[in-house]
Write a new protein. Sequence first.
Length: 421
Amino acid sequence: MRDNSVLRKLLGLCVSTVVVVGRELVEAGDGGRSKLVVWVRRRARVRGRCGRCGAVAPWFDNGGGERRWRHIDMGMATCELVAEAPRVTCPEHGATVAEVSFARHDSAFSRAFEDLVVFDAIVSNKLAAAKRHGISWRAVDHMCIRVATEALGRIDLLEGLVAIAIDEVKYKKGHKYLTVVCDHLTGRVIWAARGRNKETVRTFFDALGEERAAQLQFVTCDGAEWIRSVITERAPEAIVCLDTFHLIGWATAALDEVRREEWNKLRRTGGAHSAKEFKGLRWMLLRNWENLSSKQKGTIRDLERANRRAFRAWQLKEELRDVMSMPLAAARRGLDSWLAYASRSRLAPFVKLARTIRHYRDSIEATLEWKLTNGIAESNNAAIGRIRSAARGFHDPESFITMIMLNRAGIAPQLPWAAAS
Ligand SMILES: [Zn+2]
């Protein structure tokens, strides 16, 4: 193999489109990294294409002469590709820089380099990826947008939807929310936008279109009326299910409210020691029974004697979880007796919850009947939470949406060598 062919292979450049014509190792004088500069050109038989749309287009002029792209590092050295960047006349875009096979349009980095950086940004975060590759945070941010935009242009995530989940996600303190839509069958996030109101949900249905909205059979969501009313308006045929994830969340919140009331009561009556002990119970009470150690289970059993109200609240939360995992007929009976018990519990938060559950009873039974369980919403919510904390919050909602899509919509780039020829 000739040297230039070896180099071309090492650089992962495609043999059918690119020829390596020269190279030079530029030593850094100040103790910095050396740079391998590689001159390449398009193969003569490959026709010129528009950099923006890829349409075959005739030569226009030599453009701005040589251009440079940062490529994947070669050992200890960084690497730069250099090529002529002529312009072509696209019927649609006019005089445009011709497409190069190894880089996205309007980028100072090669496609492989960008894919690698975005891959790193997804598994860690943008700042870590920026440090790792010695580029700015902003450059990483732009790469994420370019990669996501390209991928989303290739596939239509809104095609063939039958069952979806609509949910809200916080992106910043002070009631800043996104609305996120997932596909129940694939588990993927398929749409996200800033805001949580009827208008946001309508924007989703606008993108979906009337015909595809009519194909929707199930929509799961929480009790939010702003979601429900738009579903009634735009997808009247769809069965609205109440997400069990949210239902259990409400019961957990009611339990926490009871616990807090009891703790305050203890504090007021001077039981400082028991109040402190009681406060420590918080996380134990909120966890699922099967995730507790036997010592923790003992503590909860002791609670039955120590504080009957808190124990009853804990029982109600656990029983509701049980009911939601039963087969339909048993769950219906279970829900009846749960509602009766909760209404008579004399625990205000649970009396209120029983009223809410009666209000959404049809949606809850639809969930039980069609087994559209909490898995999707729960795992996506957890993943979105991880994305947010990895980035230590997002100021720009669009940037957050881009990371959610790259992470959860199945459009993350492969590592460059996975596809190298
Ligand atoms: Zn074009």
